[in-house]
Ligand binder design. Structure first.
Ligand SMILES: Nc1ncnc2c1ncn2[C@@H]1O[C@H](COP(=O)(O)OP(=O)(O)OP(=O)(O)O)[C@@H](O)[C@H]1O
Ligand SMILES: [Mg+2]
Length: 461
């Protein structure tokens, strides 16, 4: 294990280091709190053994807070003077692993260290198990078996294995946030902080302090120092959602953070080293935004190391059935209406619809169907108007889903034949009617009933 010893008394210090080295540990050392903290930040130790009272600025408690802030998984063992158990207890309360009282036997310390190392091992095994479960859960969360989704899952796995910046692109409601969640939980940063910022929801005036934090006194009202969201994600992942809505001034600051891997809090002079993985998402066309001057080109290249495209639902219609079934199960369980089904006609309408709002719209449609359906079959009439109208199937009252299905099929067949005839005759209704063997008036009526648009103005027909 990599252990940092912070102790001012030379004999105790030397004794400690020797004990640790002979037990096979790697050691680092400092003789005051300040140097200790600096060393810890730059080298990252598994365990810190620190004296509580030392000369100079800061004490063992400051070391403890710094360790817990920068690397909460690293352990701290405090050394207290005889009779100072109260402080030791306080240290335990603040997250120290254990304490020893001076003078102590080397063995006493080594036993504590092996307890700590056992805990780390168990935590590690635990997190491996958790990852395994999460991998299954997270990739499963992303419903769909279309080639487009299979490819997306592969991309997610590949991207999760790297630490590069990812830009998730896709229309509204396609599942960009779900993809970001999956990438984060499959990555090595799983279990570390995952901070999401919706750039469209942060007021411009608050953006800077929200993202970068501020020092005490940075502005009126800044009575204490506050960490920004980027710093809160230290060691983990940040999702900048709707990055296309980030103000230009903030874009410039973010670019600096990415390039220099440090940030400055508002009103602060000391740069803070920052270790985050950046995932950005947008439904906007960023290239257009660059041309319009609302998005920085240099930032675009920085965040777009690996682009991940989330396909629109209409480009993977075969997933509609799976997704609808998934949401049906979800909402029927939630509203305690077990055994609900979607009538084949309604399902067919869903599969035909173009879903401008993508998966979110489908989810809402099923939620509405579950809420409105009095019996146990969701039919067309329980679906949102847009879907009913799009499908161009009249509101046939249905006591029986099977009959509706047949009607739908016939209507669709009729619709397809008419569309074909219109296509072949360049949209001329008189010719199309002739070809179909019906009169022009009948054709016109059928077109209206079936929701076929009249592309040619009357006089050209
Ligand atoms: N493949 C999928 N499987 C299951 N649920 C999905 C899938 N894709 C999206 N969803 C669900 O659809 C809804 C919208 O997804 P999400 O919020 O991730 O979309 P988005 O692309 O971030 O949308 P926006 O651009 O509006 O922010 C969520 O409820 C999400 O759980
Ligand atoms: Mg989103």
């Amino acid at each position: 294990m990599k252990i940092l010893v912070i102790e001012d008394e030379p004999t105790v210090h030397l004794g400690l280091c020797n004990t640790l080295k002979s037990a096979g540990h790697q050691t680092g050392s400092a003789t005051n709190a300040q140097d200790g903290i600096t060393l810890f930040r730059s080298e990252q130790y598994d365990l810190v053994i620190t004296d509580l009272v030392m000369p100079g600025k800061g004490n063992g408690m400051d070391v403890l807070s710094a360790v817990k802030e920068y690397a909460p998984r690293s352990g701290v063992i405090v050394i207290t003077a005889y009779g100072n158990v109260k402080t030791a207890v306080e240290a335990m309360r603040r997250g120290a692993f254990d304490y020893v009282t001076k003078p102590f036997e080397p063995d006493e310390l080594l036993i504590i260290i092996s307890k700590f190392s056992l805990q780390i091992k168990l935590e590690h095994e635990n997190s491996l198990l958790r990852e395994e479960v999460q991998e299954k859960r997270h990739v499963k969360n992303l419903i769909g078996e279309s080639p487009a989704i299979l490819k997306l899952r592969d991309t997610i796995r590949a991207v999760a294995g790297s630490d590069s910046s990812v830009l998730i692109l896709g229309d509204t409601g396609t599942g960009k946030e779900l993809v970001a969640n999956a990438i984060c939980s499959l990555s090595s940063r799983t279990g570390k902080p995952f901070v999401k910022i919706n750039c469209a929801a942060v007021p411009e005036t608050l953006f800077e302090s929200e993202l970068f934090g501020y020092e005490k006194g940075a502005f009126t009202g800044a009575s204490t120092r506050r960490k920004g969201k980027l710093e809160a994600a230290q060691g983990g992942t940040v999702l900048l959602d709707e990055i296309g809505d980030m103000p230009l001034m903030i874009q410039a600051k973010l670019l600096r953070v990415i390039e220099e891997r440090t940030l400055e809090r508002l009103g602060g002079n000391d740069p803070v080293a920052i270790d985050i993985r950046l995932i950005c998402a947008t439904s906007k066309n960023l290239k257009e935004a660059i041309t319009d001057g609302t998005f920085r080109k240099d930032l675009y290249y920085r965040i777009n190391v690996v682009p991940v495209m989330v396909p629109a639902l209409r480009e993977r219609r075969q997933d509609i059935y799976l997704l609808a079934s998934f949401f049906l199960e979800l909402f029927s369980a939630r509203s305690a209406k077990p055994g609900l089904t979607v009538a084949p006609s309604a399902m067919a309408a869903l599969e035909r619809y173009n879903f401008p709002g993508n998966v979110r719209e489908l989810r809402h449609a099923i939620e509405m169907g579950v809420a409105l359906c009095p019996g146990d079959i969701i039919t067309m009439q329980h679906l949102p108007a847009e879907i009913r109208e799009f499908s161009a199937v009249d509101d046939i009252s249905t006591a029986n889903g099977g009959a509706t299905f047949l009607m739908d099929k016939l209507r669709r067949l009729e619709r397809d034949e008419i569309l074909l005839a219109l296509e072949e005759t360049g949209g001329k209704k008189s010719l199309a009617a002739e070809q179909l063997g019906i009169c022009r008036r009948t054709l016109w009526k059928k077109m209206r009933d079936l929701g076929i648009p009249n592309l040619l103005p009357e006089e050209d027909d």
